[in-house]
Design a binder for this molecule. Structure first.
Ligand code: AP5
Length: 217
């Protein structure tokens, strides 16, 4: 399956993508994680991306599309993928359509995760991520690690993302409403969107997502 996950920052895209990718046996491709890996490796792309990410803005389309294309062309993505955080505006969605068309492929579904703004702000404020593996995500209140500051899975150090400050989160939400939300209508016109509530226990959200995907098959 080829799936796109959409939703505001903190809706739980990364949390759900890890679980869905495992169940559906497809790679989880997160442009945010790819940028963060470049930042920690101090590549030129990482240096460029950091200035945009720290301000809560989108990284320019040209470099983002090239990076996503390169990742989607890896052998493990031949049978499908779950895109998290890409596309993030209509020009990226059009570029993805073009790319899929040249390969004679198409998307199967766009999962739209809905969550109220006060909830996503709380989720982001309490999020802690493992330095060793960005798939290991905790929340100081909702899903706290057994030992403060230490990843339950691998013992790595937990940290708060640089772009999770309150000011940057407000900016990221504004960017989501103005630039990313329009892709929901873009994909609705292709009959691909399944909207699910991203509130309640994590397992329950995963169940809703899998059910919505089954309906779309
Ligand atoms: P990115 O990394 O994609 O961030 P985001 O979209 O802002 O989303 P988040 O990672 O903040 O949240 P999430 O929805 O994944 O939530 P999570 O599962 O962690 O992008 C970062 C930046 O990179 C962008 O601002 C931009 O600058 C750049 N970028 C990336 N892609 C780009 C693109 N295509 N074009 C241009 N620029 C791009 O959950 C959040 C917290 O809530 C966690 O603590 C989790 O444990 C908790 N939680 C999750 N689910 C639940 C639940 N059901 N109940 C209680 N707590 C929950």
């Amino acid at each position: 399956m080829r799936i796109v996950l959409v939703g505001p920052p903190g809706a739980g895209k990364g949390t759900q993508a890890t679980r869905l990718a495992e169940t559906l046996h497809i790679p989880h491709i997160s442009t945010g994680d790819l940028f963060r890996a470049n930042i920690s490796q101090q590549t030129e792309l990482g240096k460029l991306a950091k200035s945009y990410m720290d301000a809560g803005n989108l990284v320019p389309d040209e470099v983002t599309i090239a990076m996503a294309k390169d990742r989607m062309e890896q052998p493990d993505a031949e049978g499908g993928f779950l895109l998290d955080g890409f596309p993030r505006n209509v020009s990226q969605a059009e570029a993805l359509d073009e790319l899929l068309e040249t390969e004679d492929m198409k998307l199967d579904a766009v999962l739209d995760l809905e969550a109220p703004e006060d909830e996503v702000v709380k989720r982001i404020a309490g999020r802690r991520v493992c330095r060793n593996d960005s798939a290991h995500v905790f929340h100081v209140t909702y899903t706290p690690p057994k030992k403060e500051g230490v990843c339950d899975v691998c013992g790595g150090e937990l940290y708060q993302r640089d772009d999770d400050s309150e000011e940057t989160v407000r900016k990221r939400l504004e960017v989501y409403h103005t630039q990313t939300e329009p892709i929901i209508d873009y994909y609705k016109s292709q009959g691909l969107v399944a909207t699910i509530a991203a509130t309640g226990p994590v397992d329950e959200v995963t169940r809703r997502a899998l059910e919505a995907l089954k309906r779309d098959q």
